[in-house]
Design a protein around this ligand. Structure first.
Ligand SMILES: NC(=O)c1ccc[n+]([C@@H]2O[C@H](COP(=O)([O-])OP(=O)(O)OC[C@H]3O[C@@H](n4cnc5c(N)ncnc54)[C@H](O)[C@@H]3O)[C@@H](O)[C@H]2O)c1
Length: 391
């Protein structure tokens, strides 16, 4: 682990995160998180380190794990682990058992707040029966999939604290999911494959917030864009944007690049995989690495053979091959550095403000999943506008 390299990455990110810098300065004076023990489970790279250091500046003690073993950057984890008040347990490529053990370690620390991406910690909290721990005051959740898991816990009566659905903030899903995923996913696909996108057929599976950004940027790169979307209204929206709406099998027959962003398991199953065009590149931008049915792919194809770093070839019957990127894990984080820095500045500013809000308003907030208050959304938007005007 090269912690010095990690420190350089963190310094670069912080230099381009003006919103978090403003919050850090304010936190250093008011110390609003003083005495709090915050458990963090996020994609562990440099921008996340900037959020963690902001929470630390607010007076919190930090316990940190990754939210996906494939997105952890060891140099950043090593650099953070050396800092006062911050303990890290995460390693790139660690087994799922090791990841779960780290989540258990996190929960052994009498946490007062949880800041996470994907809901693993909240789900484990319930499995361990510690969701009624009196010291825990709340949860801030970053992504669509995590919010859905929290809503399931709430429906089952198992969510006993207030939880902010940071993903539902307008400044999060409108900006991060759309423009962040759009840019960083194409950056990762192009970096991983070194292939041209212009003039090619691209199939986007799932035209939600991420899918809209993925389609927009594919079109900007000169691709012909096809969309497969199960919600008919969103499918009409895609058509009105000028994309061709297709069934999954139709799209698979045509696509040179397929990108999934549904958040649902096994969406691209056996029939769709069997229809894939020779040479198709398969990538996923959804939270979990389960949108392609990997078991079906393994059963119907020979391989995988690694043909480039992070690119695995599967040979299908009929002398066709498909290339699966990052084993179907979310490609922009497993292969690349994740969202652009300025995007995560906004999302993490919301996380920091939501954590502060939970602490300040802990007596007033009922248990359950809550939207981030509009005032925080507006504050983040005003900070962005101020910064844009000053450039
Ligand atoms: N890669 C990243 O950096 C990143 C960033 C933000 C969110 N995410 C993740 O991406 C996923 C999507 O997030 P979102 O905010 O776009 O969610 P969303 O709910 O806005 O969009 C998902 C879309 O998929 C559609 N869908 C579901 N099943 C389908 C199927 N079988 N066929 C076709 N369409 C289907 C839904 O109708 C919906 O429109 C989530 O897992 C989220 O956590 C990833």
């Amino acid at each position: 682990m090269d912690a010095a390299e990690g420190l350089k990455k963190i310094a670069w990110a912080e230099a381009h995160m003006p919103l978090l810098a403003r919050i850090r300065d304010r936190f250093a004076v008011g110390r609003p998180l003083g005495g709090h023990r915050v458990g963090v489970a996020l994609h562990l790279e440099a921008k996340t380190a900037a959020l963690i250091r902001t929470l630390r500046e607010g007076g919190a003690e930090l316990f940190v794990v990754g939210s996906n073993p494939l997105s952890t950057q060891d140099d950043v984890a090593g650099a953070l682990d050396g800092m006062e008040g911050i303990q890290v347990r995460a390693r790139r490529g660690e087994s799922l058992e090791a990841h779960h053990a780290n989540v258990d370690w996190l929960l052994d620390n009498s946490l007062t707040l949880i800041v996470e991406d994907g809901g693993d910690v909240s789900v484990r909290l319930v499995e361990r029966g510690s969701h009624t721990a009196p010291e825990l005051i709340g949860i801030c959740e970053e992504t669509t999939t995590g919010v859905e898991r929290l809503q399931e816990l709430e429906a089952d009566g198992l969510l006993r604290v207030p939880a902010f659905a940071v993903n539902q903030a307008r400044m999060k899903h409108l900006i991060d999911n759309r423009y962040g995923t759009g840019q960083s996913t194409w950056g990762a696909i192009m970096g991983a494959t070194n292939l041209l996108v212009a003039g090619k057929n691209v199939l986007i599976v799932g035209y939600g917030w991420c899918g809209r950004g993925l389609a927009l940027r594919a079109a900007g790169l000169g691709a012909r864009v096809f969309v497969c979307e199960s919600d008919p209204v969103k499918a009409v929206e895609a058509a009105m944007e000028g994309y061709r709406v297709v069934t999954l099998v139709e799209g698979m027959r045509l696509a040179d690049f397929v990108v999934t962003a549904t958040g649902r398991p096994g969406v691209v199953g056996e029939e769709a995989l069997a229809a894939a065009k020779d040479g198709a590149v398969l990538a996923n931008a959804g939270h979990f690495g389960y949108e392609y049915d990997n078991a079906a792919l393994a059963a119907m194809a020979s391989g995988p053979t690694e043909v480039r770093a992070g690119v695995e070839a599967y040979a299908l019957p009929g002398e066709r091959s498909v290339y699966l990127l990052a084993r179907g894990e979310l490609v922009n984080l497993a292969w690349g550095d994740g969202h652009p820095v300025e995007i995560m500045d906004i999302s993490f500013a919301l996380q920091a403000m939501a954590a502060e809000y939970l602490v300040v308003h802990q007596q007033e907030l009922p248990m359950g999943v809550h939207p981030v208050p509009d005032a925080l959304d507006d504050a983040a938007a005003r900070l962005v506008l101020e910064h844009l005007r000053s450039e």
